[in-house]
Design a protein around this ligand. Structure first.
Ligand SMILES: C[S@@+](CC[C@H](N)C(=O)[O-])C[C@H]1O[C@@H](n2cnc3c(N)ncnc32)[C@H](O)[C@@H]1O
Length: 320
């Protein structure tokens, strides 16, 4: 790990307040991305009789969380699994109906600080990028060296939103085999045209490969309804995203599930029967202020959205 790779939890006060943690001193909470345990530790402290179930896909993060959270003893259960398994794993551990769920998406500072994980282009390491290296799934090197140029360009365009995707994909294919982060970053920098952006030219391609390797958008789409199903009425779901692709999925899901009828606006009589299950708590995403960004630059792109599960509305709906 490099210096400065200790993970600082982002938007911590807003998460505690938004999840209504203090109102549930004996509550049940799920942290789907327990990481270094920063948010989890604050939740367990703010609700002194609560219990928390923590998931992480990365065995090394989980080992750090285990040590951070050791003093909370039996109040904490940690599971090495993707958060998308929470619909079955949580009830099996006594968390069938919970007061709050947090998803703090993406990478931790430890991932970026450990060159051998292959997430960082500023250090040299093997092109891996798997949150769970024990999964046996494809690495970033596998994608970079095996995909057809069009497939690679599509990934860079869709998950990195880089308009230079075709040019970058061609340069990568011409430079194969590529095995290290530095080598890939140099190839991308060489393929980059036009004026210099504020960000390094490899930023978007690295993001795209990471999202593809870990199926980050698919896991997010799958977990959201499963998380809502685990909430008690009045329970809250908080999601922190770090790029627009994730935020769009969260925003759209929260909007759809906070809306009663989803029929086209010009249709007078509802035929879809959709009933809102959520109430938005944040109408705009909560973002870090200047002081937090100065303390923790990683918080710059964080967007927090929160919803609350509505009670059983069957009566309300039939009366209207
Ligand atoms: C931003 S960090 C969380 C930091 C944590 N909130 C803290 O305060 O220390 C995100 C964590 O989520 C994990 N992760 C990413 N995708 C996951 C998934 N689908 N299931 C479980 N954990 C995941 C990563 O391994 C990483 O440790």
């Amino acid at each position: 790990m490099t210096q400065g790779s200790v993970h600082i939890p982002v938007l911590l006060d807003a998460v505690l307040e938004g999840l209504n943690v203090a109102a549930h001193p004996d509550g049940l909470f799920i942290d789907g991305t327990v990481g270094a345990g920063g948010h989890a530790s604050a939740i367990l402290t703010a609700a002194p009789g609560s219990r928390l179930l923590g998931f992480d896909r990365d065995p090394r993060s989980l080992a750090i969380a285990e040590s951070t959270l050791a003093s909370f003893g039996h109040r904490v259960t940690l599971i090495h699994a993707s958060f998308e398994t929470m619909d079955t794993a949580a009830p099996a551990h006594g968390f069938a109906a919970v007061d709050g769920i947090l998803l703090d998406l993406g990478l931790s500072s430890m991932h970026v600080g450990e060159a051998e994980r292959g997430f960082a282009f500023k250090q040299d390491g093997p092109l891996d990028m798997r949150f769970d290296p024990s999964s046996g799934g494809p690495t970033a090197a596998d994608l970079v060296n095996r995909l057809f140029p069009d497939e690679l360009a599509d990934i860079i365009y869709r998950y990195g939103e880089d308009r230079d995707s075709r040019r970058i994909a061609r340069a990568i294919v011409a430079a194969r085999p590529i095995t290290t982060t530095r080598q890939l970053a140099d190839v991308i920098a060489g393929a980059h045209h036009g004026p210099r952006d504020k960000i390094h030219p490899a930023t978007r391609t690295f993001q795209a490969l990471r999202v593809a390797v870990n199926d980050e958008l698919g896991t997010l789409e799958r977990v959201l309804p499963r998380a809502v199903a685990l909430l008690k009425p009045g329970g809250r779901l908080a999601v922190i995203s770090f790029h627009s692709l994730e935020d769009r999925i969260v925003k759209q899901f929260f909007k759809t599930e906070s809306t009663d009828c989803l029929c086209p606006p010009r249709q007078i009589v509802c035929t879809c029967g959709h009933v809102a299950s959520l109430t938005p708590i944040t109408h705009k995403p909560v973002e870090a202020d200047d002081a937090e960004i100065a303390r923790n630059p990683r918080s710059r792109s964080a967007k927090l959205r929160i919803v609350e599960k509505r009670g059983d509305r069957a009566d309300e709906v039939t009366q209207t």
